[in-house]
Design a protein around this ligand. Structure first.
Ligand code: PMV
Length: 330
C-alpha cells in the first residue's frame, strides 16, 4: 500500500484459474456459498492488474465498467468499506488481458485482484485465507485465484456467519507433475447467459443436478489423491468427466443452457485423436465454448498444434501460475 499525496492506493495482480473439479451451484446467493467443493489450477497467462485509489473528495465510486459488472464492483467495495469501517469512495482501474465474459475466468482474476488491492487500500490486514473468503464474495471462483498452483475451495458447512467462515480456498499438495493447460480460443465473444444466471437455473430446474453435485464430491477426493501421486492421466480423466457432467446438468436445465459450440466438439474430437495417438490430453470447459486441454508440459506444443487445427482457432499454452500479489510484493 502506498500513500500518495494523502491518498491511499494499492495495485494488485491476479491470474485466472481453471477448475478441474468445478464449482457449479450456490447454497447461498448473497454470501456466495457453493453447494460443493472445487479444485483448480491458477494459470501463468491472462493476468488482471487492478489499482484501487481512495478519494476522500469523491461522492461516488469511479469504475470504468457499465451495467451489472459495475454494480458488482461497487457492491464489493461497499463490503470492503463495511469491514474496514471507512467511508471514502474509490477510483478503480482494471486492466484485463483475458477476454471478459467468455468463460475464461476473467471474473476470477478480476475479483481476486480487486479483493487484494481494495483490502490494502482500505487498510484491512487480512491473511490469505481471509482474502480468499473476501474474493469469494465478488465471484466464487475468485476465492481460488488468491493462490498459485493448485487450490481447493472448501464448500464448508452451515449458513450465515458460520458458512462464511468455513468457505475459503487453500493450496493443495502436488508432486511430480509438470503440467500445461492449452487454451483453445474457439470464441472470445461474450457469453449469452452469465454463469450466475446459468447456475441458478441449473440448480432450480435440472433433474441431473443433484447426481452431479454428489459425484463431484467423490471426484474431489479422487483428484486430491491423483495430484499427490502426480498421476496426470488420473487428474485428466477426473477433470474431463467432471466438466462433461457439469455441462450435462446444464443441458438438462429448463430451458437448457448450452455453452458448447460445434467448434468445442471439434476440439474434443482432436483431444480424443491425441489420446488414440498415445498423447495424454484431457479437456475441460467452463461457462463458454472455449476448451482447456490438460497435458504434460513436454507435449504442450504438439497438443496446441492439434487442437488449434481441430478447432481452427488460436491457442495459448498456460502453466501453473502465481497467486494474487500486491505489485512489487510477489
Ligand atoms: O465464479 P463464477 O461465478 O464466474 O463461476 C465460475 C464457474 C465455472 O467457471 C464454470 C466453474 C469453476 O469452478 O470455475
Amino acid at each position: 500500500m502506498r500513500v500518495e499525496q494523502g491518498l491511499r492506493v494499492a495495485t494488485a495482480v491476479a491470474h485466472p484459474n481453471i477448475a478441474l473439479v468445478k464449482y457449479w451451484g450456490k447454497r447461498d446467493e448473497r454470501l456466495i456459498l457453493p453447494r460443493s467443493s472445487s479444485l483448480s489450477m491458477t494459470l501463468d497467462v491472462f493476468p488482471t492488474t487492478t489499482t484501487v485509489r481512495l478519494d476522500p473528495n469523491a461522492d461516488t465510486d469511479v469504475v470504468a465498467l457499465s451495467g451489472e459488472a459495475r454494480s458488482r464492483v461497487v457492491a464489493f467495495l461497499d463490503l470492503v468499506r463495511e469491514l474496514a469501517g471507512r467511508t471514502e469512495f474509490a477510483v478503480v482501474d482494471t486492466r484485463n488481458t483475458v477476454p471478459t465474459g467468455a468463460g475464461l475466468a476473467s471474473s476470477a482474476s478480476g475479483f481476486a485482484a480487486l479483493a487484494m488491492a481494495s483490502a490494502a487500500a482500505y487498510g484491512l490486514d487480512l491473511d490469505a485465507t481471509a482474502l480468499s473468503r473476501l474474493a469469494r464474495r465478488g465471484s466464487g471462483s475468485a476465492a481460488r485465484s488468491i493462490f498459485g498452483g493448485f487450490a481447493v475451495w472448501h464448500a464448508g458447512e452451515g449458513a450465515n456467519a458460520a458458512g462464511d467462515l468455513a468457505s475459503y480456498a487453500e493450496p493443495v499438495p502436488v508432486s511430480g507433475l509438470d503440467p500445461a493447460l492449452v487454451v483453445a480460443l474457439v470464441d472470445t465473444g461474450p457469453k449469452a447467459v452469465s454463469s450466475r444466471a446459468a447456475m441458478r437455473r441449473t440448480v432450480d430446474t435440472s433433474p441431473l443436478y443433484r447426481a452431479w453435485a454428489d459425484s463431484s464430491g467423490a471426484d474431489l477426493l479422487d483428484m486430491s489423491v491423483a495430484l499427490r501421486r502426480g498421476d496426470l492421466d488420473a487428474v485428466g480423466e477426473i477433470a474431463e468427466r467432471n466438466a462433461l457432467g457439469m455441462h450435462a446438468t446444464m443441458l438438462a436445465a429448463r430451458p437448457a443452457v448450452r455453452y458448447l459450440s460445434p467448434a468445442t466438439l471439434e476440439v474434443l474430437d482432436g483431444v480424443l485423436a491425441l489420446r488414440r495417438d498415445g498423447v495424454p490430453a484431457y479437456a475441460t470447459m467452463d461457462a463458454g465454448p472455449n476448451v482447456k486441454v490438460l497435458c504434460h508440459r513436454a507435449d504442450a506444443d504438439r497438443v496446441a498444434e492439434m487442437v488449434g487445427a481441430a478447432g481452427r482457432c488460436p491457442t495459448v499454452v498456460a502453466r501453473p501460475g502465481p497467486g494474487a500479489h500486491l505489485r512489487g510484493r510477489p
